[in-house]
Write a protein that binds this ligand. Structure first.
Ligand SMILES: *Cc1c(COP(=O)(O)O)cnc(C)c1O
Length: 457
């Protein structure tokens, strides 16, 4: 076993291929359905939204897919990212566990999201797309796509959830530095936005609404604009596999293999990016590793939602996906982990939870900030509020190992830094941060409005 703290790879080690979990799925996936007919979607329907190459990746069952060299070249601006052994945290917790984290906060925009943004912008550029439309919650995805659009010279139009637009003005500035246009959603730029504003001028927005606006902007652009999604879809999760592929090599350098792999889940992409390359060995070689996906108690799609077909967006324009969902009309409480407020979940993550390969856990807001501050004081890095959910469970696992007096190798994804989230930390440090209880009533009401797909099919 190594004495090192950091496990660093060279630029030549940036993966040359992405890993695709669809090649190894132990259970079949239900296909996405057309939002009106409830029939499986056709490539034609999807091609209004996405370039051909990404549609092919979405359904491909090839185990490995080549990463285009121009994408690898951009990856090399910050990849490979470090794997760090949190020795100071281990000491602080007085645990026999070994804690490792993969740090994705070293990317230009401070999270894992450029791993897919760069790939998506590249394929769109190749196929002649003039502009990309997208939504963003906390602004992490919007800034990643703005960065990527700038790299490949494509315009980027971002519909930013209104409450975040006002809570996090610096993310908007970052997007504008890269040349993107940013609009607080709901906006008056789309028919759907105008409809929402007419009913409720003070609507704080939601990811579901912002997705609807971005989709509408692409669909009504006569093929000039395409839509880009930062999580949930198979191709997005596959692009994120560079995280786990690097971590496999780095754990090898450390002379260990994880007993537990942990990541937070909004739509599932950073979790899957780290976990799936390890899960490959569980599925094909019977390696015994636990995989824990962590979500906020305020938006508990996997732990409290249902596994059913639901719309990807609030306006019911996006395809129906079989997933864990809180209902497409779910409007989450205003927790600071904006990236974890989506109502649904990646279909592969949901299917693997149902099949027993992935555990899901929900944690309350204050406990995540408590863990994040402890982590910052031990390791120096201030986690993004989203990543703090993974930190919380990594610490809980280390404390559990201490209680049981057993060794445990813990690996978690520190998906981003929290330098744009200091206002949230300020509230936490001054006792102004709330825990949001599970909005049972609201969720039940939303679930009653799930599409009645089983009846139709
Ligand atoms: C967006 C985001 C997430 C959540 O999205 P996933 O697709 O579930 O990874 C987590 N961490 C950070 C830092 C993010 O920006």
């Amino acid at each position: 076993m190594s004495e090192s703290i950091k496990f660093l790879l060279s630029e030549a080690d940036v993966p040359k291929q992405w890993y695709n979990i669809l090649a190894d799925m132990p259970v079949p996936l239900d296909p996405p359905l057309h939002p009106v007919t409830f029939e499986p979607v056709t490539p034609d329907f999807l091609s209004v939204l996405f370039p051909k190459a990404l549609i092919e990746q979405e359904v491909s069952t090839e185990r490995f897919i080549d990463i285009p060299e121009p994408v690898r070249e951009v990856y090399r601006l910050w990849r490979p990212t470090p794997l760090i052994r949190a020795r100071r945290l281990e000491k602080m917790l007085d645990t026999p566990a070994h804690i490792y984290f993969k740090y994705e906060g070293v990317s230009p925009t401070g999270s894992h999201k450029p791993n897919t943004a760069v790939a998506q912008a590249f394929y769109n550029k190749v196929e002649g797309t003039k502009a990309l439309t997208t939504e963003t919650g906390a602004g992490q995805w919007g800034s990643a796509l703005a960065f990527a659009g700038n790299v490949f010279d494509i315009a980027v139009e971002v519909y930013m959830v209104k409450v975040s637009y006002h809570q996090k003005p610096y993310r908007r500035v970052l997007m504008e530095i890269y040349g993107a246009q940013v609009f607080p959603s709901p906006t008056d730029r789309t028919e759907y936005g105008r409809k929402i504003l007419a009913q409720d001028p003070d609507n704080p927005g939601s990811l579901g609404i912002a997705i609807s606006e971005a989709v509408e902007a692409a669909v009504t652009s006569n093929g000039q604009k395409k839509y880009s999604l930062g999580s949930v879809l198979n191709h997005v999760l596959m692009h994120q596999s560079v995280i786990g592929l690097e971590a496999l090599k780095q754990m090898d350098m450390a002379g260990e293999y994880p007993d537990v792999v942990i990541g937070c889940i909004g739509g599932g992409s950073n979790f899957a990016g780290l976990a799936y390359p390890f899960l490959h060995y569980t599925l094909t070689e019977g390696k015994k590793t636990r995989f824990i996906a962590v979500e906020p108690q305020a938006a508990p799609s996997v732990t409290r939602g249902v596994y059913a077909y639901d719309y990807g967006d609030t306006a019911r324009m996006a395809p129906l996906i079989k997933m864990h969902t809180l209902g497409h009309e779910f409007v989450p409480p205003p927790i600071h982990a904006g990236g974890l407020r989506y109502h649904g979940m990646a279909p592969t993550v949901s299917a693997l939870v149902e099949a027993g390969y992935i555990e899901a856990r929900a944690v309350p807001q204050r406990a995540t900030f408590e863990a994040a501050v402890l982590f910052a004081r031990a390791e120096g890095i201030v986690p993004a509020p989203e990543s703090a959910h993974a930190v919380r469970v990594a610490i809980d696992e280390a404390l559990d190992a201490r209680e049981k007096g057993e060794p445990r190798v813990i690996l978690f994804n520190l998906s981003g830094h929290g330098h744009f989230d200091l206002a949230a930390y300020d509230q936490y440090l001054h006792g102004q941060l709330e825990d949001y209880s599970y909005p049972e009533e609201e969720i039940r009401r939303a679930m009653d409005r799930l599409p009645k797909v089983s009846a139709a099919r």
